[in-house]
Design a protein around this ligand. Structure first.
Ligand SMILES: [Zn+2]
Length: 44
């Protein structure tokens, strides 16, 4: 399991509907698009 860096929730990275954002060649997994958006906003 991977953990969502925004909310800390565990995310199944093997799931076909896992939400992923690659930043600096590192894969980050998210529980929802909302968390992904928050994460990407913080990176800009
Ligand atoms: Zn989350």
């Amino acid at each position: 399991m991977a953990s969502d860096p925004v909310c800390g929730m565990e995310v199944d990275e093997s799931s076909s509907d896992a939400i992923i954002a690659v930043v600096n060649r590192k894969k980050n997994y998210f529980c929802s698009n909302e968390c992904r958006d928050k994460f990407l906003k913080n990176k800009m």
